[in-house]
Design a protein around this ligand. Structure first.
Ligand code: FPP
Length: 254
């Protein structure tokens, strides 16, 4: 079986995040610094995403979510949006084989309403082909916004109450967790945001309640393995208490 860079050195890290989320930011600035068009930065960003997926597979991280395009990114110039959509499509086509060979399960979260039909087909094909895979759970947040996802979840609860499937008095945190796009994954343990911005930009607001957040100045295309491993190492040594005095206890979904 062909593996991604099988000869690459991967450190032993004891306490890995179960679910890692990355806000990949800084592609445009990276390109500008090199006197290139923004799409050049996005292309470099894809290569970096591939490296991170590869590292996550080798480290045996359970779930990785990459924020590729937010619901707010539709406000960007049409030319950049079209370039990005074509890039997403090329990327999926190019890496489908690699994901299969590495037992990665792929999913897209976000609204498909405004995505090009051809991209939707590719995303759905990739989801179907990899759906039985048992390795890394890779999620691409594409046309995703956490507030919109929460509103959709609330509307589902209202429907379920109206139709008698659940009783209003039974509603708790899990009622909503189970109706969000990330219902089949553990909550986020660690978020990394590149490029020096210290915001969370509508990314997994519900799922990050107990997450550690690491902001780095590094622009996404320059985010190297060594920094990635250092962040994971530092996470590994941190102690998460979930607001109690006990050591980390997992908050399980029903
Ligand atoms: C953030 O940089 C990047 C994006 C919004 C584009 C999407 C990300 C990629 C192309 C990389 C990975 C893609 C896949 C399919 C895994 P920015 O444009 O906001 O940069 P700036 O803040 O410097 O302008």
């Amino acid at each position: 079986m062909k593996k991604l860079h099988a000869d690459k050195k991967i450190p032993q890290i004891i306490n890995l995040p179960r679910h890692l989320g990355i806000i990949m930011d800084g592609n445009g600035r990276w390109a500008k610094l090199r006197g290139k068009r923004r799409i050049f930065g996005h292309e470099a960003g894809v290569l970096k995403a591939k490296e991170i997926v590869e590292n996550s597979v080798r480290l045996e991280i359970e779930a990785l979510t990459l924020y590729a395009f937010s619901s707010e990114n539709w406000k960007r110039p049409a030319k950049e949006i079209n370039g990005l959509m074509r890039l997403f499509e090329r990327t999926i086509k190019k890496y489908t084989g690699l994901l299969i060979e590495n037992n990665v399960r792929f999913k897209q979260v976000g609204s498909k309403d405004m995505l090009p039909k051809s991209l939707i087909r590719k995303l759905e094909q990739m989801e179907a082909i990899t759906s039985e895979n048992t390795g890394l759970k890779l999620t691409l947040a594409l046309a995703y916004g956490s507030r919109q996802d929460i509103v959709k979840g609330i509307l589902k609860i209202i429907d379920d109450v109206d139709d008698g499937r659940i009783n209003k008095n039974q509603i708790d945190e899990l009622t909503l967790s189970n109706r969000l796009s990330f219902s089949d994954l553990p909550d986020l343990d660690l978020i990394i945001r590149t490029s020096g911005e210290t915001r969370v930009s509508n990314f997994m607001l519900w799922e990050m309640a107990y997450s550690e957040i690491h902001f780095t100045e590094t622009l996404w295309p320059s985010f190297e393995d060594q920094e990635f491993f250092e962040i994971l190492e530092s996470y590994s040594q941190s102690e998460r208490r979930f607001g109690s005095v006990e050591k980390e206890t997992e908050l399980k979904k029903a």
